[in-house]
Every structure is written in C-alpha cells, then in structure tokens.
Design a protein around this ligand. Structure first.
Ligand code: TXE
Length: 488
C-alpha cells in the first residue's frame, strides 16, 4: 500500500501529529493507500510556505510567458501519466474508466488553456479629466486556498490551480478526504517539474480538521470552494474574519426540460446521461426531468427500456457504465431520499435498491433509480440528492415548464430539448441558471464560464471569467503637470 505525503514548501511532509487516513476503493472496500490527515497546525505551515513564495515574488514576478510554459509542462506531464491517473481516479472515486479518461484529458487541456491565457492578462489605459497617464493593471490576489470535492478529483484540482497559477498566485489545494489520490499524484508531477517551492502546496485532511482552517486563516487572501451548499455557507462565514475573497461552486437541482417536439430518441438518451453520468454525483446533473404531458408516458417507458443498458460494476471492468457511490455514508444519504420519495407518494418505476450479487456486496453500489409522478413541492424535487435518482415531473405547457424549472433555490444548470429553436431560446432566456444546454446535456468547455445563480454559488470558473476570480485590479496615475498642485 502506498503511503503518500503532502507537498508543502517544495518538500514532502507527513501530518505534524502523525495521523494518517486509509483510502479505500468504493467498489470493493479494498485499501488503496494511506495519506496524511492534516490539522490546523499543518495548514499553518502550508500558509507560511505559500505566503513566503508569494511575497518573495518567485512566481508572480516571473514573466507571464514563463508561467504559461510551466502550465504547458504540467499539461504534458498529466498526458504522459494519463493511463495511471485515470485508473487511480476510478479506484478512488468509483467512476467508469471512460469517464475518468475524459476527466484526465480535460484536466490536461485546462492547464493548457490557462497556460495560453497567462500571456493575455492585460490592463487598460483610460482617458481621465486631468493631465495624467492613467491606466489599470491586473495583479494576482495572493495566497489562495482551494477546497475541492470528491466527484471529479483531478479535474477540480485543474480548474482551481490552473487559473490561479496563470495569474501569479500561490496555492494551497485541499482535495476531499475521500478522494485525495490523483491530487497527490499531481503533487508528484509538480514536485518533479521543480516549480519554485511553496507555489503549489497540496495538503490532505477533513473539512473540520483542515478545510475550516483554510477558510478562516488570516494569511490567506482568497478561498475558492466547490462542494455542498451547506458547507459553502460555512466557508463564506469563516472567510469573513479577514474578508478574504470567496468564490463558491455549489449544488444544483437542475431541470432538464423535454418538449413533445423534441427528437424523442436523442432526448431519452440525453435524459439518462444527464441524470446518471458519474453515478449522478454531479453538481450539474439533470436530476429533475420535466416532460411535456403529451409524451410523458411513452418517454418514461423508453427510459425504462434503455436504463437496462446501464451496467453496474467496478469502473475498471469492461462495459461498466455506472460505478459505486463514493462512500457508505453517501449511499445512505441517497437511500434516505429514496425512502422520502416513496413516503411522499412519488411512483418508483425502477431501481431504488442495492444490486444483488457477490460482485456488489463489498462496494457502495445503488441501482439507477427513477421516480415518476413527482410534484414540484416534493423534497425529492427540491433537494440535491447527488446520486443516481431521477425525479420525473410532467408539465402542461411552456409557461408551466419555465415556472417549475425556476422554482428552486438553486440556479446552476438546465437543459431544453426541442426541435423548435425559437422555443429553445425563449425558454433558455427565462431560465435563472448559469449553464444551459439545448438538445444536449453535460458538455463542458474550458472556454466557457462555469458557475451558478442563486444558492448555486458565486463567481465563475473556466474561460476568461475563471481567471478574473484570481486577479486584483489596480489603477496607476502618473501626473504630467510639472507645476505643484498649489492647494495650500
Ligand atoms: O461535501 P462537502 P460532502 C453536495 C452533495 C453532497 C453534499 C455533501 O449534495 O451530498 O454536498 O457532500 C471540505 N470548511 N456536493 O459532505 O462537505 C471537504 O473536506 C471548509 C456538491 O462530501 O461540501 C471537501 O474537501 N471545507 C458538490 C469539500 O469541502 C470543508 C460536490 C467538499 O465537501 C468544510 C460534492 C468546512 N466546514 C458534494 N467541510 C458540487 N458542487 O459539485 C467540508 N469541507
């Protein structure tokens, strides 16, 4: 079993208190590795290292070209190790291999995207009513804490580190205590590429043990968080001490709306993919399926036929389309929602159980589950379940579809299926969400901003918008009047 260490200040560290956590494969419970379990004292050491690296200028004062080239080298190294990284991701978080391969490739692309962007950070010159040259420069914010979840471990690390580094910040990344292995593999890549000490620090630990301290610590200038909305609220509260910058990418209860004029087969496929990709453990999952009444019954029937093709198993096994949930506790949470759905009177049309058989007995598997005849007030239609549970709601017309879609505290993503482009755009224009798709669901691009309205968070990741979250804005005024002001 591999014993990982944390990367702090360019050196490998164990937790000061010596605590370690065993990381297991959620598909079979096998121990994979052990990692340090950091506490507030370890966070303090990481902050000191990141602070020293920032203040010394060893990173922010390198040329943007050099920073960009470094990010390209990280992208290349990820690609070189992509086979092992994808397998490690599958074993640690449970997703099917094809999905992990996609994530690893996308993580490399993200470093490359921001490597290119590093040289395109620029300010502006303004005409002001004075004899002055006045301009604006963009500068890094400083030391950034980055707290990420367990559903896309390496990809979330890339989304956080790449823009922050391109902008010249120094970072302390904390992966989820459940899925730290690919982030620690990335630490090894960064170590071997000999980035200046302290520019990237990767520490492992729980939310209570290390995450809270990262959100609170006065030596940190910005905290970027992806995770649950309740935790996001705590992070924001903890960050008030020194009023650090905060960006939050939180949960969703995303509507996926199918009109009767949609391409039926494409929409059936899209509805299942929206709900069940990555076991439904996706913030942007289309977990509320809104179907026009006239096609509601045949649509659900068609989904029931096709759902048979979602093969459960270990993500490394051939043909597997759905792995286990990430942990026993998380499966229990999802199962509790299945009981809630039944008690609320929704119709369970498939799934709802743990799959039978020896192959599943040691892992946290759950069948893909569909509830039909869900009403918008039910908890399974309002609360993020974050598992393979789809709530189907029938609607009468376009106005009702929009009303139900927006009747949520969240505002992360939405999908619309229709062959009428006028209708598609009309609906998208009324949806209060940051990410929308027409006749597709889930494609995500490094070029486009990612983030939500309402309680799905604030700030945006990816694209030009993503780097804005890691930049300060400074005005510079150069007086061209040689005579003194003469005010006094
Ligand atoms: O996530 P947490 P959990 C949602 C989903 C899920 C629920 C809870 O609904 O069921 O959140 O999942 C760190 N201060 N999402 O408990 O707690 C933690 O160590 C600072 C949506 O696993 O949000 C981990 O690194 N940090 C989501 C990270 O926060 C704290 C992805 C995420 O953990 C902390 C995952 C604290 N007080 C879950 N407490 C998405 N938006 O994609 C925990 N952490």
């Amino acid at each position: 079993m591999h014993h990982y260490q944390n990367l702090i200040g360019g050196k490998w560290h164990d937790a000061l208190g010596g605590q370690r956590r065993t990381i297991t494969d959620p598909a079979n419970g096998q121990a994979l590795a052990s990692v340090p379990e950091c506490s507030a004292e370890d966070v303090g050491i990481a902050v000191a290292a990141a602070r020293q690296a920032f203040d010394s200028g060893v990173w922010r004062q390198t040329s943007a070209l050099e920073r960009g080239k470094t990010l390209f080298r990280i992208a290349d190294a990820i690609r070189k190790d992509s086979t092992q990284l994808a397998r490690l991701e599958v074993m640690n978080c449970g997703k099917p291999l094809a999905e992990a391969e996609f994530d690893i490739a996308d993580a490399a692309n993200c470093f490359e995207f921001y490597g290119g962007l590093a040289t395109k950070i620029h300010g502006e010159t303004m005409q002001v009513p004075a004899n002055s040259v006045s301009y604006v420069v963009r500068e890094p914010i400083g030391v950034c804490a980055q707290i990420i979840p367990w559903n896309f471990p390496l990809l979330m690390a890339a989304w956080k580190l790449a823009p922050a580094l391109a902008a010249g910040n120094t970072c302390i990344l904390k992966p989820s205590e459940l899925t730290p292995l690919t982030a620690l593999a990335l630490a090894k890549i960064i170590y071997e590429l000999e980035l200046p000490a302290g520019v990237v620090n990767i520490i492992t630990g729980t939310g209570a043990g290390a995450g809270e301290e990262l959100a609170r610590h006065a030596g940190i200038d910005k905290v970027a968080f992806t995770g649950g909305t309740a935790t996001g609220r705590k992070v924001m509260q903890a960050a008030t001490g020194n009023l650090k910058r905060v960006s939050l990418e939180l949960g969703g209860k995303n509507p996926n709306i199918v009109f009767a004029d949609a391409d039926f087969d494409a929409a059936v496929d899209g509805a299942l993919f929206a709900a069940f990709a990555n076991q439904g453990e996706v913030c942007s999952a289309g977990s509320r399926l809104l179907v026009e009444k006239s096609i509601h019954r045949p649509f659900v029937q068609a989904m029931l036929q096709k759902i048979e093709r979602i093969k459960l198993g270990h993500g490394l096994d051939a043909g597997v389309k759905m792995g286990p949930l990430v942990s026993a506790a998380h499966r229990e949470k999802v199962e509790a929602y299945i009981q809630i759905g039944k008690a609320e009177g929704a119709t369970l049309v498939c799934g709802g159980e743990r799959p039978a058989g020896a192959a599943f007995s040691q892992g946290w598997f759950l069948q893909p589950t569909i509830f039909d005849n869900v009403t918008p007030q039910m908890r399974i239609a309002r609360e993020e379940i974050f598992g393979p549970v789809l709530a189907v709601i029938a609607f009468a017309d376009e106005a009702e579809a929009v009303q139900i879609a927006n009747d949520t505290d969240y505002g992360l993503a939405a999908g619309v299926w229709t062959t009428n482009i006028f209708r598609g755009l009309r609906v998208v224009n009324q949806i209060r969400a940051g990410i929308t798709w027409i006749n597709t669901y889930h494609p995500t691009f490094n070029e486009l901003p990612w983030g939500g309205y309402k309680q799905s968070g604030h700030g945006r990741e990816l694209g030009l918008y993503g780097i804005e979250e890691y930049l300060e804005t400074k005005q510079v005024n150069i007086n061209l009047d040689e005579a003194p002001l003469g005010w006094y």
